[in-house]
Design a binder for this molecule. Structure first.
Ligand code: PMT
Length: 409
């Protein structure tokens, strides 16, 4: 399943380091070319020889042990990796990654890497829940680092709680999902829009909105985790797009229209989570606008509705999911958008509600299909909400292919 993939396995110094051997072995059995980097503490829990034997490559520990004078080892490793997997990742390793520290072979390689990164944390439950660790993981997630959550069970310190390294089989599954070989959306193409558009008056002034891109990025990440081949078309965002997908940057609604429509034909699922301007200035000046009178009237014109355009040309078997950002009468407006824009379902959020809508890390959404309310989700992190939305989307796609009308949940 992982044939031809070059994976760096970073093993850090916790008791779960011993599971690194099983993990390495399973990755190699799945066809991956695995290069192991251990921290010095990891080498106290498990011998480098074990990992060398299993990976069939020398193990890296010391940044300064340069074996091949024609390359700089950590840069060379970073440049050739399709993926870096840090498992187990201690609180210290996560903290160093989040803060850009590079004081050993693994952290230096991670800092030099442009490849996607998956982290599988393992630590005592109180460490895992410590605000500093939580913040560091959040920082990494915002940068596109993916996580394989630790399991709950007997910890080496004696607690029965969350914090034990996910089982090697589950970590390998996450890696396979990342490479898009397994999962409910394996083989499917998903096109997601995120962020807000920018409509310029002149080179320095523009109309935009508060969209951070977090909701759209979370949807894209959920689709990727489910095995899809994902493309994001993103406007202005404050959040970073997730790793492991194609990201197309645009600015205006017109650019988003062109980028999305040109990529829409072969998409199995399209999710329009972006906050697209409904109006743009009629005139865009090439030079900075000068002050003239006491007041200024700017004429605006309608932008093209991208979702409606997609709805009018939707092909058989394609699933079109719109969002509806409302502040009142959510159900009525969402149902109106569903019908007018020919969506399969609409994800409505009351953006005036606490914990919902623009910018924050949580959302409260209701899903409406032609039959009415499909699902009403409580306040969830945008990632959790996105996971639920994409589960429903995958079920609808499967059901539609089987010809039973797309019943989900
Ligand atoms: O990015 P975050 O900070 O995480 O915030 C998330 C969000 C609030 C932006 C997101 O949850 C959301 O609601 N996105 C849709 C915002 C929006 O533009 O809603 P709308 O009700 O105005 O538009 C309805 C649908 O039509 C949307 O899918 C929108 O992408 C689409 N549309 C709107 C106008 C236009 N010209 N073209 C469009 O495609």
């Amino acid at each position: 399943m992982l044939k031809g993939k070059s994976i760096i396995l970073g093993i850090t110094g916790g008791i779960a380091a011993y599971k690194g051997a099983a993990l390495c072995s399973k990755l190699v059995q799945a066809g991956a070319d695995v290069r192991v980097i251990m921290t010095e503490s990891a080498a106290k829990f498990i011998t480098p020889l074990t990992l060398q034997t299993l990976s069939r490559h020398p193990v890296y520990i010391d940044t300064f042990e340069e074996r091949d004078p024609s390359v700089v080892a950590h840069i060379n490793l970073a440049d050739h990796a399709d993926l870096i997997l840090v498992a187990p990742a201690t609180a210290n390793a996560i903290g160093k990654m989040a803060n850009g520290l590079a004081d050993d072979m693994l952290s230096t390689t991670l800092l030099a890497a442009t490849s996607p990164i998956i982290v599988a944390p393992a630590m005592n439950v109180h460490m895992y829940e410590h605000p500093a660790v939580v913040r560091n993981m959040e920082t990494l997630a915002q940068r596109g680092v993916m996580f394989v959550e630790p399991g709950t069970g007997q910890l080496a310190c004696g607690y029965v709680a969350k914090g034990r390294l996910a089982e090697p089989e589950d970590i390998v599954k996450a890696v396979e999902m990342f490479f898009g070989r397994v999962g409910k959306l394996a083989g499917k193409k998903v096109l997601v829009t995120a962020g807000g558009t920018v409509e310029r008056f002149d080179p320095v002034r523009y109309l935009t909105n508060d969209s951070s891109g977090k909701m759209g990025f979370a949807v894209a990440e959920a689709a990727r985790t489910m095995g899809a081949d994902v493309t994001i078309v993103a406007g202005r965002t404050t959040a970073e797009p997730p790793a492991g997908m194609t990201v197309v940057r645009v600015e205006s609604a017109q650019q988003m229209l062109e980028a999305v429509v040109s990529r829409s034909d072969d998409a199995d699922i399209i999710v329009k989570a972006a906050a697209v301007a409904d109006y743009r200035p009629v005139r865009k000046l090439d030079q900075k606008m000068k002050k003239t009178g006491e007041s200024l009237t700017v004429e605006l014109e309608r932008t093209t509705d991208i979702l409606q355009t997609l709805g009018s040309r939707k092909r058989q078997g394609q699933l079109l999911i719109g969002f509806a950002a409302e502040t009142e009468d959510v159900e009525r407006y969402a149902m109106d958008k569903l019908t007018r824009k020919n969506c399969d379902f609409v994800v409505a959020n009351d953006v005036s509600a606490e914990g919902a809508g623009f910018n924050g890390d949580t959302n409260i959404v209701q899903l409406y299909g032609p039959e009415g309310l499909i699902a009403s989700l409580p306040m969830l992190t945008k990632r959790e909400a996105a996971g639920r939305i994409m589960e429903i989307a995958a079920a609808k796609l499967t059901a539609a292919a089987a010809g039973d009308g797309g019943q989900a949940e």
